[in-house]
Design a protein around this ligand. Structure first.
Ligand SMILES: O=C(CO)[C@@H](O)[C@H](O)COP(=O)(O)O
Length: 223
């Protein structure tokens, strides 16, 4: 069964508490939290105080995606805020291995995110050290964008490496994921589906989460 991680970026911030409570009562497994600094990506979302409150309210695994430059400066703060997993961008780290160690030293699981143009092979030398590969299926910064199809090749490639080396590293896909394409994303080898607009903008978010959760990656894809 896939891990479902609704992205809080697509929630109604005017009723953030209710939105988190809805996720708490749903079949979602994780809560995905996007931190954007307006430098690494052309958008600003929220910082440590907001993440801290989100984590307090959440009963789900808190999955923090740092879309920020030089993330080492803030890892301790986000771990303290309650992040269960912290993902940093490979493109934002000069010393990726050291950053991964820092995340773990601060008690969180470690993920590495890749932009759509970044080759997944660049992860081979840290693959055994991380819990999660976060493959961006849109250019990061905004919700509601169209899924980039080449992501499927990237998933297959890294899945093959993970399987060949008998690793437990999970593959998470983020951007443009919804009921129409989730099955083929799972078929390619994904373990975790981040879904923003497709959940929060749907008529019945709880039901959408339930449907995503029931996908197996075994069915023939129907658009
Ligand atoms: O990291 C990001 C955007 O940069 C994502 O987590 C989005 O929040 C996903 O939103 P949808 O594409 O599912 O609307």
């Amino acid at each position: 069964m896939p891990v479902i991680a609704p992205s809080i970026l697509a929630a109604d911030f005017g009723k953030l508490k209710e939105e988190i409570e809805m996720i708490n009562e749903s079949e979602a497994d994780w809560l995905h939290v996007d931190v954007m600094d307006g430098v690494f990506v052309p958008n600003i979302s929220f910082g440590q105080p907001v993440v801290s409150r989100i984590a307090e309210l959440s009963k789900k695994f808190v999955d923090v995606h740092l879309m920020i430059t030089d993330p080492d400066r803030y890892i301790k703060d986000f771990a303290k805020a309650g992040a269960n997993n912290i993902s940093v961008h490979i493109e934002a780290c000069d010393h990726l291995h050291r950053t991964i160690q820092l995340i773990k030293e601060n008690g969180a699981e470690a993920g590495v995110a890749l932009n759509p143009h970044t080759n997944v092979d660049l992860l081979h030398d840290v693959l055994a050290d991380i819990d999660l590969v976060l493959i961006m299926s849109v250019n990061p910064g905004f919700g509601g964008q169209k899924f980039i199809d080449n992501t499927l090749n990237k998933i297959r490639k890294i899945k093959q490496e993970i399987t060949a080396r008998n690793l437990n590293t999970k593959i998470e896909i983020d951007g443009g994921v919804g009921l129409l394409n989730a099955e083929k994303i799972l078929q390619a080898g994904a373990d975790v589906l981040v879904a923003g607009s497709s959940v929060f903008k749907s008529e019945n978010p709880t039901e959408t989460i339930k449907k995503l959760k029931s996908l197996t990656g075994q069915n023939t894809f129907k658009a």
